[in-house]
Ligand binder design. Structure first.
Ligand SMILES: O=P(O)(O)OC[C@H]1O[C@](O)(COP(=O)(O)O)[C@@H](O)[C@@H]1O
Ligand SMILES: [Mg+2]
Ligand SMILES: [Mg+2]
Length: 344
């Protein structure tokens, strides 16, 4: 009989990996797991519950908020507030940082950056959506933690993860010692270890990008797409195009099957679309821990210095060899290279 290992048991077991561990990070991951189950319950019956459609409000990024964006945001903030281990929540759905000042959080050391509901455009059409989270230890020691404690490089993350609400619901996370995946078993209401020690294939044949933006892409991306679509048996080309439109779902597929997900700059999003703190940093940490790579086309995502809460970046993330090939094209066809060749 297969032995079930729940997320809670696994977290406690792995606690020994960290000399300073006192259980705070374990409890924080537990709290995120609890909120994820509540969000999962609503996602699963979204069509029946009055949770589909627009909330009628707009977030600081000018995006219309969906009712499920707002619900998920409230659930994660509530669980992190009552859990007592979190001092600040930085979330896509709040203009500013949320200071957690509940009595139980007096000595809280952790910062949580979160995208409560990823893939909002897919909520109303029953396509996989997700939650993305990133955890830091506060740097300051006195008084309330501040935005300075939030604006840390991705390399300083102590943990990161995502939840995918798909045909099954999974929670995948890393604490810097590999990546593990847990599937929610609704019959016992527990996330159970189903994908131990996930490794991303070094190469792949799947590319994920919104080709509807093609005319607005940098030359390097246009050339890479042409490369991907050329017939060449030796290098398994043409590659296959897959784009769900939920970052979590597209990267989860590539994590298992190999592939590259790209959201480059476009003329409408000159800094890229996706947010560094609660989308790109956590996904980059997970993918790197699984043997993949994540850059903005030139620089390692985890080395980027955050200066704003909702800052955006371009991202090329996935199988190592595919990201390196895309970087080659970005380098070869960069505006700088073009100038140099003209100057020739
Ligand atoms: O519709 P587009 O421009 O292709 O963008 C899709 C991308 O935007 C996102 O939906 C942005 O995330 P949110 O839904 O959390 O705002 C990603 O999940 C997805 O990969
Ligand atoms: Mg998102
Ligand atoms: Mg979102």
């Amino acid at each position: 009989m297969a032995v079930i290992k729940t997320l809670g048991q696994f977290i406690i077991e792995k606690q020994a990996d960290f000399s300073y561990a006192k259980g705070e990070l374990s409890r924080l991951l537990r709290d995120i797991g609890i909120a994820a189950k509540i969000v999962n319950r609503e996602v699963n019956k979204a069509g029946l519950a009055d949770i589909l459609g627009d909330a009628g409000t707009t977030n600081i990024q000018g995006e219309g908020q969906k009712k499920l964006d707002v619900f998920a945001n409230e659930q994660f903030i509530a669980a992190l507030t009552s859990g007592g281990e979190c001092c600040i929540v930085a979330t896509e759905e709040e203009d500013h940082i949320v200071q957690i000042t509940s009595p139980v959080s007096q000595d809280a050391k952790y910062i949580v950056c979160i995208d409560p509901l990823d893939g909002s455009s897919n909520i109303d059409v029953n396509v996989a959506v997700g939650t993305i989270f990133s955890i830091y230890r506060r740097k300051s020691t006195d008084g309330l933690a501040t935005i300075e404690d939030v604006l840390q490089k991705g390399t300083d993350q102590v943990a990161a993860g995502y939840v995918i609400y798909g045909s099954s619901t999974m929670l995948v996370y890393t604490t810097g010692k590999g990546v593990n995946g847990f599937t929610l078993d609704p019959s016992i209401g527990e996330f159970c270890l189903s994908h131990p020690d996930l490794k991303m294939p070094e190469d792949g044949v799947i590319y994920s990008i919104n080709e509807g933006n093609y005319v607005h892409f940098p030359d390097g991306v246009k050339k890479y797409l042409k490369y991907a679509q050329v017939e060449d048996k030796e290098t398994n080309r043409p590659y296959t195009s897959r784009y769900i439109g939920s970052m979590v779902a597209d990267i989860h597929r590539n994590l298992i099957k190999g592939g590259i997900y790209m959201y480059p700059t476009t003329s409408s999003s000159p800094n890229g679309k996706l947010r560094l703190l609660y989308e790109c940093n956590p996904m980059a940490f997970i993918v790197e821990q699984a043997g993949g790579k994540a850059t903005d086309g030139r620089n390692r995502i985890l080395d980027l210095t955050p200066t704003e809460l909702h800052q955006r970046t371009s991202i090329f993330i996935g199988s190592k060899k595919m990201v390196e090939k895309a970087e080659e094209f970005m380098e070869t066809y960069s505006p700088v290279a073009a100038k140099l060749s003209i100057a020739g």
